[in-house]
Each structure stands twice: as structure tokens, then as C-alpha cells.
Ligand binder design. Sequence first.
Ligand code: UD1
Length: 429
Amino acid sequence: MDRIVIRGGTPLNGVIPISGAKNAALPLMIASLLTEDTLELVNVPRLADVQLLLRILGNHGVDHTVAGKRPGQSLETGQTLRLSARDVIDTTAPYDLVSRMRASFWVIAPLVARFGEARVSMPGGCAIGTRPVDLLLTALERLGAEIEVDGGYVIAHAPRGLKGGEIAFSKVTVSGTHVALMAASLADGTTVIDNAAREPEIVDLANCLSKMGARIGGAGTSQIVIDGVPRLHGATHEVLPDRIETGTYAMAVAVTGGDVTLAGTRPELLQTALDVLAEAGATVQATNEGIRVHRNGAGLSPVDVTTDPFPGFPTDLQAQLMALMTVANGTSRIRETIFENRFMHVGELARLGARIRLDGDLAVVEGVDRLRGAPVMATDLRASVSLVIAGLVAEGETTINRVYHLDRGFEALEAKLGRCGAQVERIRA
Ligand code: UD1
């Protein structure tokens, strides 16, 4: 397996282009199952999760083409995918594919909405807590699907199609809201989703579905109303910028010092996280190109942060913030409220000399003067990149093992950091 070796201590200076959002691209690709026409997605990041989802969709019979690179396009320019689910041959999503990526479970919604049946393996994905699918299944039941679980598979039936209904989520869920949006778009009648997730990726999916002919109001608020239509058509849609990638590189600059423009992204996608960075001592400015983050010699201040659904501080930036706070001048408190067991990076950060105490869902991070490089292990997607951030500031060499987690979610990481002066090298297995 590949490893990444980082020699820390160099400030970052330059421009980092931000890719299309993984967490938007995945549901958008899945939405291609809702129509027999072609869905064209622009600015899709080149990531292992995208490749895996193409295989899963291919297994259902979805054809895809990737538009060739045009002259002048760099490595970081997203790809254009054309997806056609005209001839769906199989409504089963098998265990060996779904168990590798949790989001692929969401195919259940378009399959049952358009074909009246779906058989989808229970998901796997990042090892962060139990991550059940009960809320997704309840939402489908509210739209008239009959659900049974057999042999590790969820089987959903709606032989006469789905019917609009009222879905009130007991907890804010991104996956549940994506599933409800897709299913309700083809249901007969009106659906009201209460306590809907407000994440920008939900708005992006709703915008794309609307271009495909869906009738959706209120996306981005906690109540979404969908008037179902009998069929959806093709569309072209550009994937929104990745706010988690944006926040990750912003934290990398905050930890090393320097001056970097994160190009092609927007502050409103992650305002709470940018406010935290400013509180910690980085200067954050919106520019015509994107977001400029800089920090001079002044030290980092500690912060108190709780993860929350959007517009709160994202759980997907919790590990990165913790890496930053390991070298702050004082003690930070970081509370994780979205996922249990999302502190697996703590033990690895400790190997670099971080001082972190865990108390249930609270991490108390006592800033130290310096981290020292060491071999560490990537455990999940966001944890892995927190080790990159720590490695960028640690003295000496940090080797990150099991980097396939990074390849799932961060496009061209070494190239993007390397062009800003970081000493980052991939050692191929
Ligand atoms: C998505 C993101 C992930 C992010 C998370 C929270 C994608 C591909 N992944 O994950 O990166 O960390 O949102 O912002 O977009 N829950 C249940 N029952 C359910 C569904 C969820 O109890 O049926 C719980 C989960 O265990 C978790 C919480 O609800 O504690 C939020 O989960 P959810 O918002 O659904 O996260 P995902 O969509 O899986």
C-alpha cells in the first residue's frame, strides 16, 4: 500500500485549486438512476469513491463516458461525466460493492422510485460509529415503500409507485434527506420533509433535480416541499466546490503559516469554520478568485468548538481542527456531536507528541510547543488528512501509512500541497 512522507516545517505559499465536492458528486451521480435520459455532471473530482460508484452504477446497467481532457486543462481540472440509466438491468446492489462505500446504499431511493423495487446490501464505509440506515428506511416507508431485511440486504417494494407523504426526521440526517429528495421527486403527490438537513450538498442535489424537471421548494431550509412528477429528464449540472477540502487546506495554511489562495471556492459554504480559523489567529479574506488564508509569525490561539449540522461547524473538519489545535498556545475543547467514535486520529496525533485527553464526546487538546515526525496510520478519510496537517508542522519526517483513505476524498493532494512549497512525497507500494 502507498505511503505519504512529509517533511514538516515549511510555510505554504501560492494557489490551491479546490475540486468539486465529493459529497455532492456522489448523490448527483446516484440521481442519474432517476431518468432514462443522460445526466451530464461537470467538475466531478477524480477520487477513488467516484470510481467505485461508477462501478456500482455500472452494475445496475448505467453507461458512462468521461469527457476527454481538453488542451490547457491541468490535473486539478474536474472531469465531466455523462451517465445514462436508460437500460437498467439489475436493481440489486451487491454486498462486495456497497460494503466499501456507505453512500452507495442511497441507490435504493431512485431504484424503488423508478422501478418499484430495489435490493441493496446494508452499507459499510468509514469505520466511525455504527452509522445505521433506519431513518432512510423510515423515510421510504412514509412514501409507501414496503421494506424487509433479508440476508444482509434491504429489499424495498413499491409495485404501484411511491406516494407523496410527510417525513419528519427525528434527527438531522444528510443521507436521509438525500434519499427522501430523490424518492419524493418521482412520487405521486406532495411530500413535506421536516427537520431536513441544510447542507450545501443538499441544495446542490435539489438544484440538479430541479433542472431534471423535479418540483422542489425550500432546499437549504429545514422544510423541503416536493411535488412529485411522473418522469424526470436529462440535464447538465456543475458540482459545487468541496467545502471540506477548502477547510482542510485553510487549516493547513493556518498551521504552517504562509499565504495561500484557495481558488474556485466560496466562503459561505463554510463560514462557521472560517470564523473559527479567524478566532485562532489566521486571516481569512474573500477574494474574486476564492478565499485567501494567511498567517504570519504570530502564534495560534486555542478555541472551543462543537460539531453540528450545517450551518454549524462540520464534523468532517473536526479532525483537521484538532491537528491545528495541537500546537496552539493554550487548551482547546472540541466536542463531537454527530458521530460516536470519531476520535480515532487522537492516538495517531499523540504519536507525533500531541497532548489530547478524551472524555466521552469531548476532546481536550493542550497545545504543545512542537510536534515531532513519526510513522502514523490513516484510519478514516478525515482522520488521515488531519495527520497530513500535523505532519506539515511537525519537525522531521512523518510517514502516513494506508493512504487509500486519502485517495477516497482528496484529489491530487500531494500536487496541490507540493506546488505551495510543502515537502510531500508519495511512495508507491
Ligand atoms: C454525510 C457525509 C459525511 C458527513 C455526514 C455529516 C456523504 C457521502 N457523507 O454522511 O461525510 O460526515 O454527512 O455531515 O455525504 N443516522 C441514523 N440513522 C440513519 C441515518 C443517520 O441514526 O438512518 C445518524 C448517523 O449515525 C449520524 C447522524 O445520523 O450519527 C448523521 O448522519 P448523516 O447526516 O446521515 O450522515 P451521512 O449522510 O452518512
